[in-house]
Design a binder for this molecule. Structure first.
Ligand code: MG
Length: 466
């Protein structure tokens, strides 16, 4: 054991001050988090898409819970993932910045090892842990999954559109049906080793699925946590030959229907091994659709805007929870967030969540079991290091707005724009003048939140330029 890992274990022990056990069962449940990339609120049949077929995700929705107000921690990849895996808004770990929106192949930062991940929380009960897929929380050894509580890692360390060859092919060849893996010099890794470069992208979904199934089979006798962040449906879109022309929705639909097939294989494997009643499966995505890619981007359905923005389409996502016998089937309208997964899993596993730092998540088990309402009543929508919008109850105030990726100017709003998300989920009708009390309540909640945020090192700022 290296000095670094001994120190990490000591730090972890210090972070959990009370012994666990309150909710302890004989065998704590397994957790599987399936995380799509750049999938919009409107892209699943269960959320109303007319031409994309997602029978396995629809099955999760029908047999489990389909959440209508489920959010991510940020509207782009890196900070959204940092929020999910730590239960903390990415501002707290330095994983959100105005200097750079995400990590790049020449970035020198990453998720600080002092952060406590879901995998590390579950290690209190000796869970087997695996990360399979796109990491994007730092590609240097100290930031990789194997340094953050995961026993193993298989996948690409950042986005599949990065490390582009130079000169890049013209736009109509770089993206779409004519695209090739060779245009993106992205490594495929096993643990800390590069095993393929460029990663052959058409087979990524299939190979991630094979790894995931192999991990579940190998750990059938032991509690496990599988984190499965797919590379798709982030451009460039690829699918294996069996899925070419599979969907009426074109290339995007093909890639998404292959993810749905993958979900089916996970559910089937759990059932075959008799683990389905002791495994919570969660499906969501890291951020909304990348709208500037037109038909190669997804759809936010009735929501406004998409990836990169603090409008609902950037941060509200499909949220599916499945665990027959435990998760009470139905549609949930209460608020939830990826930030809530860490405290929820900790409660279900009977282990302590870290209590030596600010957490931004809530334990959602009462909602999952159907015994109570969601404890979450607010969402903070960060862009860079500032709160651009906040939701409290049904009302959302925007202090600043800008599209995700267009060249439009940033607009400051004083008084803020106010939308009633229950009556107007598409954020069309400003009701600030009619509801000054709602604006005042949101301002108070934002001020309370800001008082808890301490400055930390910006992990996204430093790049070597190489
Ligand atoms: Mg993304």
């Amino acid at each position: 054991m290296s000095v670094r890992s001994i120190l990490a274990v000591l730090c972890l022990a210090a972070a959990f001050s009370t012994p666990p056990g309150l909710f302890a069962q004989e065998r704590p449940p397994n957790f599987v988090v399936i995380f799509a990339d750049d999938l919009g609120y409107g892209d699943l049949a269960a959320y109303g898409h007319p031409t994309i077929n997602t029978p396995n995700l629809d099955r999760m929705a029908a047999e489990g819970q389909r959440w209508t107000d489920f959010y991510v921690a940020a509207s782009v990849c890196t900070p959204s993932r940092a929020g999910l895996i730590t239960g903390r808004l990415p501002i707290r770990s330095g994983m959100m910045s105005y200097k750079s929106r995400v990590l790049f192949p020449d970035s020198t930062g990453g998720l600080p090892p002092s952060e406590i991940t879901i995998a590390e929380v579950l290690k209190q009960k000796s869970y087997a842990t695996a990360a399979v897929g796109k990491w994007h929380l730092g590609h240097l050894p100290q930031y990789l999954p194997t340094s953050q509580g995961f026993d193993s890692y298989f996948g690409i360390p950042y986005s599949n559109d990065m490390s582009r060859i130079s000169p890049a092919p013209p736009r109509d060849q770089l993206w779409g049906e004519k695209s090739k893996s060779e245009y993106f010099n992205v490594p495929l890794m096993r643990n800390e080793e590069e095993i393929e470069r460029p990663a052959h992208q058409p087979t990524l979904t299939k190979r991630y699925t094979d790894e995931a199934v192999k991990f579940i089979r190998a750990h059938r006798e032991q509690p496990f946590f599988l984190y499965l962040p797919h590379s798709m449906v982030h451009v460039p879109l690829f699918r294996s030959p069996e899925f070419e022309g599979h969907s009426r929705r074109g290339l995007f639909g093909d890639a998404l229907e292959e993810i749905d097939w993958s979900v089916g294989r996970i559910l089937d494997t759990l059932e075959e091994l008799g683990l389905e009643r002791n495994t919570l499966v969660v499906f969501t995505s890291d951020n909304g659709p990348w709208l500037t890619f037109d038909e190669q981007g997804g759809s936010a359905g009735p929501l406004r805007m998409g990836k990169g923005s603090t409008w609902e389409g950037g941060m509200r996502e499909p949220g599916l929870f499945w665990m027959p016998g435990t998760v009470k089937p139905g549609v949930v309208h209460g608020m939830g967030a990826t930030l809530d997964l860490l405290p929820t899993f900790a409660a279900m596993a009977g282990v302590k969540a870290p209590d030596d730092r600010e957490l931004d998540g809530y334990d959602l088990t009462p909602v999952l079991r159907g015994t109570g309402p969601s404890p979450r009543n607010e969402i903070f929508y960060y862009r860079g290091t500032d709160v651009w919008a906040a939701r409290v109850g049904r009302y959302k105030a925007h202090f600043k707005t800008k599209s995700g990726y267009l060249k439009d100017p940033q607009l400051d709003h004083e008084p803020p724009l106010l939308f009633d998300l229950e009556a107007d989920p598409g954020e069309k009708y400003d009701v600030a003048a009619e509801h000054p009390e709602a604006v005042a309540a949101i301002r108070r909640r934002v001020a309370e939140h800001r008082a808890t945020v301490k400055p930390v090192k910006d992990q996204l700022a430093d790049r070597t330029g190489r």
